[in-house]
Structures are given as structure tokens and as C-alpha cells.
Write a protein that binds this ligand. Structure first.
Ligand code: ATP
Ligand code: MG
Length: 314
């Protein structure tokens, strides 16, 4: 897969003292959905805004399709669309005018058919003649997406696209993002809803205090750092674990009926069939069996904690 975005040693300091980005290196592949995660103030918006030319970074370089974004501002700016975190909209204009105007800003000739299709896709068509100030917060966010798509960008940045929208709209937006991605648009998003990253992304970066502390494929990350738990409920209580079963290191609950076996997905590979056979051979009858796997959320919290502890230690 080719690389569409190369970020090399980018640093940004606000007011000469606050280092919002500290030597960021990152490469984004064509056609992927990439999620940037991190706590408030980590530098996510600063990074996205630097790439889109909204924030001036201090040093390092950013290239889109191998073109430097400062030297080739006009060309590279045309390729990107951004849905900013803050809602800046022309409140007294209609949705239709807003979106068509945005397209014009990028030097694209009018294409009413395209704009119509975007508004329909985002379920905004019946609101096209409403003024922006008449829309709800979630609908305004959809208008921001329509504006970002107005000039048919190849790379779309979504800075917390589903902040403060309801669950249903969030799912609609996920579908819009997936569809765009299927059409070949590379997507970079930030989110505080980790289930959003889990649902959408191919790769994930975690940023903390202006530094990228981890970049990995989502699946690998979940496998590498995830725990899996198998919970077995027995028909009858047992007194103790027989020697044959000791290798599974079961935890027994107070009722002496529930056995829990946890293992790390990358390090161990428990053969579940063998385990169930061993239980049966020991004369134990199973009532129920459940499995549970750690979410990206749990992994994220663990990593940020570890990173902060490391900072304290150094
Ligand atoms: N225009 C600005 N002037 C001064 N400091 C700023 C400015 N914008 C951001 N900062 C600071 O830079 C740091 C990074 O902010 P940024 O908005 O990039 O974080 P973020 O990861 O997007 O956070 P959030 O999850 O809250 O959106 C913060 O400490 C913030 O206070
Ligand atoms: Mg932000």
C-alpha cells in the first residue's frame, strides 16, 4: 500500500512554552482508516490542524502524496477535507448555500448533483433550505461533514466527528465513514469513544503529552495486550482443584461453582477443547460457559497509565 501522508519530526509549541507536539513521526497508508486516540490536551487537534494547514507548526515536515504541504500548499490543501472539532458555521446561510460555497473555496466548479448526493447520503436533503441556526447540534455536525466532502477530498480528517451526537446518529456516521472508505477515501479520525475506533479503524495511534506512544494495527494491539477470560459454571460445587486441573490455574468463587481461567492472548494459547475434556474426565458437569475479551478501551487506559508511571519514574 502506498503512503499518502508522511509526518516527519513535527514539533509545535504554543506561546513559546507549551509543547503541544513533540517530534511526531507518522505515516498514513492509502485507503486506511486511522484512529488517533489520547486524553484531552494530548495534541490530537493540533496535529490534524497542522496537516490541514490551519495551525503553523514550528519544525519538521509534512508531505501529502510526497508534496511538502508548505511549499505546495494549494495542491495539497485540495486533497484534504477536514471536519473540525469546533463548530464554525455561517449560521444565517442555508445548508445548500453553505455546502456549495465550501466547494467553491477549493476552486472546484459547481456540481449540484454531487452536492445533492452528499446531502442525501447524510440525511440532510430535506433540510437543505433551512438556516444552519435552525438545526440541532447533531445535524450541524453532519453539515460539517457535508462541507468537508464538498470538494471530493481524497483524505478526510474527522476531529471527534461524533462528539455529542446520539447513538443512532453515531451509527449512521459510522456507515457514512465506511462507505467513503470503500470508495477509496483515506480516513484519519480522533475520538474519545473507543468503541468508535474499535468499530472503524485499521490502525490506531495513542498520543499523550504531544508524543506518540504507540502505533499498531488494531487487531494486533488487541491481541498483544488483550486478556481473555473463560468462566465456567459447574452443576455442583467442588472442594478443591484436582492435580490434573492445576495447570489451568483456575480461580474459584465463593460458591465453589464458578471457575475462571484468564490468559494473555499473545503469550498463551489455551486449548479450550482440551480444557473441557479435562474437566469432564475429572467428573465435573458444566452448567454454563462464558468468554470475555478485553476491549480497546481497557488497553488504552492501561497504556496511558503505564506511560504516566514511566514519566514519574524518570
Ligand atoms: N490556540 C492555542 N493556543 C494555546 N494553546 C493551545 C491552543 N490550542 C491548543 N493548545 C494547547 O495545546 C495542547 C494540545 O491541545 P489539542 O487541542 O491539540 O489537544 P487534543 O488532543 O485535541 O484535546 P481534546 O481531546 O480535548 O480535543 C493543550 O495543552 C492545549 O491547551
Ligand atoms: Mg481536540
Amino acid at each position: 500500500m502506498s503512503t499518502v501522508l508522511k509526518i516527519n519530526n513535527v514539533t509545535k509549541t504554543y506561546n513559546k512554552k507549551l509543547k503541544a507536539l513533540d517530534k511526531i513521526n507518522l505515516q498514513i497508508k492509502k485507503g486506511e482508516i486511522f484512529a488517533l486516540l489520547g486524553p484531552n490536551g494530548a495534541g490530537k487537534s493540533t496535529l490534524i490542524n497542522s496537516i490541514c494547514g490551519i495551525v503553523n507548526f514550528d519544525s519538521g515536515s509534512i508531505k501529502i502524496n510526497d508534496l511538502d504541504i508548505i511549499q505546495n500548499y494549494r495542491e495539497t490543501r485540495k486533497v484534504v477535507g477536514i471536519v473540525p472539532q469546533e463548530l464554525y458555521l455561517e449560521a444565517f446561510e442555508t445548508i445548500w448555500n453553505n455546502v456549495n460555497y465550501s466547494r467553491g473555496l477549493f476552486g472546484k466548479p459547481p456540481n449540484y448533483q454531487y452536492v445533492e448526493s452528499v446531502l442525501k447520503e447524510l440525511s440532510l436533503w430535506d433540510k437543505k433550505d433551512s438556516k444552519l441556526k435552525e438545526l440541532s447540534g447533531g445535524m450541524k455536525r453532519r453539515v460539517l461533514i457535508a462541507k468537508a466532502l464538498s470538494h471530493e477530498p481524497k483524505i478526510l480528517f474527522l476531529d471527534e466527528p461524533t462528539a455529542s451526537v446520539d447513538v443512532e446518529l453515531r451509527k449512521d456516521m459510522w456507515n457514512v465513514v465506511k462507505k467513503l472508505n470503500h470508495k477509496g477515501v483515506t480516513i484519519i479520525l480522533t475520538t474519545h469513544y473507543i468503541e468508535e475506533a474499535e468499530e472503524l479503524s485499521d490502525r490506531v495511534a495513542i498520543i499523550n503529552d504531544g508524543k506518540i506512544i504507540l502505533v499498531d494495527e488494531k487487531q494486533k494491539l488487541m491481541k498483544k495486550l488483550g486478556q481473555k477470560t473463560i468462566k465456567i459454571e459447574l452443576e455442583n460445587s467442588i472442594e478443591n482443584i484436582t492435580t490434573k486441573l492445576s495447570k489451568y490455574k483456575f480461580d474459584i468463587d465463593e460458591s465453589k461453582k464458578i471457575l475462571t481461567h484468564s490468559f494473555n492472548l499473545s503469550k498463551e494459547n489455551t486449548d479450550i477443547t482440551e480444557m473441557l475434556n479435562d474437566l469432564k474426565n475429572e467428573g465435573l458437569k458444566l452448567k454454563d460457559i462464558n468468554t470475555d475479551q478485553s476491549s480497546l478501551e481497557e488497553i488504552f487506559i492501561k497504556l496511558i497509565k503505564e506511560n504516566n508511571n514511566e514519566l514519574v519514574r524518570n
